[in-house]
Design a protein around this ligand. Structure first.
Ligand SMILES: Nc1ncnc2c1ncn2[C@@H]1O[C@H](COP(=O)(O)OP(=O)(O)OP(=O)(O)O)[C@@H](O)[C@H]1O
Ligand SMILES: [Mg+2]
Length: 518
């Protein structure tokens, strides 16, 4: 990276020198030197488990270094905790959302730094007004008085961003802020980031969407296994450079198209309706059918009802109506467990809420939906269970120190791989995937799509709102919507969302670099 000069438009606000961080069984940061420049977007990229969130937690006071120093405005400093860092002007949007579902949107935004009347009572009116102004700034139509738990994960992510903006931080860290956002919200966030930059705020931006990094970044730092492998101005940086520094080779192959025939209809959904609490329908008389070996993409804006449709299929909404058939036989089971037994599995959108039990071990999380497979009579074969968990850790390349560590000790992307492994372990006939590659790095994404492609040859898949993520696997689907129309026959178009049905020829082809070129 170029050094500081008197005319430097982006002076270094915070510096880490020789930073090391050790967790039980893992050295997450190894002698890291990191410069955070003010009035600029400093992007940070690296594979799952590379140490990005750890480095940011150190800057935000959530974790402390085991070795090395932090300098703020040229002076060495230690942050005792998050509020200490906040006092020094550091704000963070965490990768995993940290909100209170039973508090309102406004209360969540101001939790820990409440607006008060005379320093005693909470000034609810002022909080609601400020929250409303923040929603306007983020171009969101969200009522500050609704309980946060009523919002879907994308909207919750926006509330996290609003919460950080409300602190007026001088240094703002955004750890995968867009993983649950669709294109329209990303544009709004980028406008807000550009305004903050003009005000001199130093921003750190982490994402696995590499094209986003190139668009928004002024400086880039690449981490691999806790070591910085590249650090420079963003000028001239392209995706192959990032990938080479991230994974040590220029490109990873996506699976070549495996020609295969689609079989008979294996799954049919008729007339699914889910009433919306606000009136009308969240899922409005949807029907579709899936053939053996077919991937159906579900596409729509935030709030279009994509996730809700998949949740209805998994029996998660008792007030939904409609009929399901697997291999022509009606699905009468009303419980999630019953539907799993019939061969349905869901990779949910919100891994923290629906996908994992944070306090349980990696092994327990992987196997919890497949325990029947390891039961002999009344006994659970712990060895069979552990062997299966080990096999999936290897197959999915999950970066762990021990199967017996809590799943919460894994990096975000590795937690996502556990969620995918857990669904695949049930050997589903129909796999529902809701943003399956959320937070997953580029190499792992290629690996997972390769797995899905080979899996598809044997089993039918129904693919959920991961369409945007799927854009990475299918070059034809990247770019604008017009392009996506071309190879996909539109299947159904509800008011806010749309289905596209893939033809067998266009799933997963080309190289990674091809897929990501605009
Ligand atoms: N609380 C913890 N206890 C033990 N190990 C941890 C803990 N937090 C992180 N780690 C380990 O430290 C390493 C770096 O994790 P980190 O979360 O910083 O990765 P990351 O680069 O943010 O990855 P991702 O892209 O998946 O979010 C990983 O090996 C992870 O398992
Ligand atoms: Mg992370």
């Amino acid at each position: 990276m170029t050094g500081e000069t008197p005319s430097d438009p982006h002076p270094i606000g915070l510096k880490i020198r020789n930073g090391s961080k050790i967790y039980p069984g893992t050295q997450a940061l190894k002698n890291v030197d990191f410069d955070l420049r003010m009035g600029a977007v400093n992007v940070l990229v690296g594979e799952n488990g590379a140490g990005k969130s750890t480095l940011m937690k150190v800057i935000a006071g959530v974790e402390q270094l085991n070795g090395g120093t932090i300098e703020l405005d040229g002076r060495e400093i230690t942050f005792s905790d998050k509020s200490d860092a906040a006092k020094h002007g550091v704000g963070i949007v965490f990768q995993e959302l940290n909100l209170f579902p039973n508090l309102t949107v406004a209360e969540n935004i101001f939790v820990g730094h409440e607006k008060t009347l005379g320093g005693i009572h909470i000034d609810k009116g002022a909080q609601v007004a400020a929250a409303r102004a923040l929603m306007k700034r983020l171009e969101q139509n969200i009522d500050p008085d609704v309980p946060l738990g009523n919002l879907r994960i994308g909207q919750q992510q926006i509330i996290e961003i609003a919460k950080a903006l409300a602190e007026n931080a001088r240094i703002l860290i955004l750890d995968e802020p867009t993983s649950a956002l669709s294109a329209a919200e990303v544009e709004v966030l980028f406008r807000v980031i550009n305004d903050l930059k003009k005000q001199g705020v130093g921003i750190v931006y982490i994402s696995h969407r590499l094209e986003e990094l190139i668009r928004i970044g002024d400086y880039i730092t690449v981490l691999r296994d806790g070591v910085i492998t590249g650090s420079r101005s963003m000028k001239g940086v392209d995706i192959p450079w990032i990938v080479a520094n991230m994974i040590g080779s220029a490109s990873k192959e996506f699976p070549k198209t495996v020609a295969h025939e689609m079989g008979d209809e294996v799954f049919r959904v008729e007339n699914i309706c889910l009433p919306s609490p606000a009136g009308g329908y969240a899922v409005d008389h949807m029907s579709l059918s899936v053939k053996q070996g077919e991937i159906v993409g579900l596409y729509g804006l935030m709030g279009a009802g994509r996730s809700e449709l998949l949740e209805c299929i998994m029996a998660q909404h008792p007030n939904s109506t409609g009929r399901f058939f697997i291999e022509g036989k009606p699905v009468k089971e009303k419980s999630v467990a019953g539907r799993i037994r019939r061969g349905l599995a869901l990779i949910p959108e919100d891994r923290k809420r629906d996908g994992l039990v944070q306090i349980m071990t990696i092994r327990e999380n992987l196997t919890m939906s497949s325990l029947r497979d390891f039961t002999r009579g009344f006994h659970l074969s712990l060895k069979a269970e552990a062997d299966k968990a080990k096999e999936f850790v290897k197959r999915m390349a999950i970066k762990i120190a021990s199967l017996e560590h809590p799943v919460s000790s894994l990096s975000g992307g590795n937690q996502q791989k556990v969620v995918i492994g857990k669904a695949l372990m049930t050997k589903p006939k129909i796999l529902l995937m809701d943003e399956p590659s959320r937070g997953i790095d580029i190499g792992a994404k290629a690996e997972i799509f390769r797995r899905f492609a080979s899996y598809r040859a044997k089993r039918p898949d129904l693919c959920g709102p991961g369409t945007l993520e799927f854009a990475v696997a299918c070059p034809h689907m990247s770019g604008n919507r017009e392009k996506t129309r071309d190879p996909f026959r539109q299947f159904l178009c509800p008011p806010a969302g749309a289905f596209f049905r893939s033809s067998p020829a266009n799933a997963g082809c080309g190289t990674l670099a091809d897929c990501l070129q605009p």
